[in-house]
Design a protein around this ligand. Structure first.
Ligand code: FBP
Length: 285
């Protein structure tokens, strides 16, 4: 029911596609880097208003931001409570996340889902897999949907490897196997990181030449479309470039996008215009 609430809400409601506003960057990247380009975004209420005005399916944020808007916005938009977070204050080759909220918090805030980041490729990945296994069991037992941010990074991977097609496909599979209803990954490049995988991609001719083909392959890796795969927006980009990525996700059978910086780092008018264009692409208009 909670998954349906998200799929039915907003301007994409009923299309099977999703557009989610995630605002955990204040924690993940720091407040000035995140909100400095558009200072009204320091205010947690700004993001609720933006998600509502854009007609997003859901708004995802850590505990503090959701609590700061709970009184004014409760029940107006499906919420995803991010239950773990990572900061950039210490330089580390193998990142891990701190648990920053609970399933009880998600219920208290009326959220539809919990969100959790894993870092396949980090030396700490197995601890994160164990944490989400336990948390997902608890979340599902009370009817909450599970959204996994599956971000490959860590000393096992090159920088290029973090978005390599084999690695993103693998990250999507791991999140699906960990029980995610919604899997969130980065848009993959044509790079292949692992030699063993390269052999298979080359010998079987898996089509990965275009961005749309790579999206299709990642969806295939997450149970052939039986799990919802959405793609992250990434750092602030030119509108034309960004919309080309959205068209590739749509053409490749992706389920939508989770767009943070490309939304709240623009003025509200520009963000609403961009999110409107994204919505039109996913709605097939
Ligand atoms: P963006 O659209 O801003 O990329 O947001 C998506 C997101 O997953 C955020 O939830 C998260 O804070 C951020 O990306 C992580 O990005 P990075 O790769 O820089 O850690």
């Amino acid at each position: 029911t909670n998954l349906a609430r998200m799929l039915e809400h907003g301007k994409l409601g009923g299309t099977g596609k999703m557009l989610i506003l995630p605002v955990d960057q204040g924690f993940e990247h720091g407040p000035a880097r995140s909100f400095g380009p558009n200072p009204p975004a320091y205010d947690p209420h700004y993001h609720f208003e933006l998600a509502l005005a854009a007609g997003c399916n859901a708004y995802a944020a850590p505990l503090g931001f959701l609590e700061a808007g709970a009184r004014d916005y409760a029940g107006r938009i499906p919420l995803i409570l991010k239950l773990n977070d990572h900061d950039l204050l210490a330089d580390e080759e193998d990142p891990e996340q701190a648990i920053t909220g609970s399933v009880a918090d998600a219920l208290r805030l009326g959220a539809c889902a919990i969100g959790f980041t894993i870092y396949p490729g980090s030396a700490h990945r197995n601890a994160m897999y164990g944490q989400i296994r336990e948390i997902a069991e608890e979340a599902k037992s009370v009817g909450l949907a599970v959204v996994i941010w599956s971000y490959a990074r860590g000393s096992a991977l090159s920088k290029e490897g973090e978005t390599a097609i084999d690695v993103i496909g693998y990250a999507a599979q791991i999140a699906a196997q960990l029980g995610a209803h919604i899997v969130k990954v980065k848009l993959p490049s044509a790079h292949i990181e692992q030699p063993a995988a390269r052999k298979v991609y080359e010998s079987t001719g898996i089509p990965i030449g275009t961005a749309a083909e790579r999206v299709r392959h990642v969806v295939q890796c997450a149970f052939n479309g039986r799990r919802i795969v959405i793609f992250s927006g990434g750092a602030h980009a030119e509108e034309a470039t960004f919309l080309d990525e959205i068209r590739a996700i749509q053409a490749g059978g992706g389920f939508g996008s989770i767009v943070g910086r490309n939304a709240f780092q623009r003025s509200k008018a520009d963000a609403l215009s961009l999110l409107g264009k994204i919505t039109d692409i996913y709605a097939g208009r």
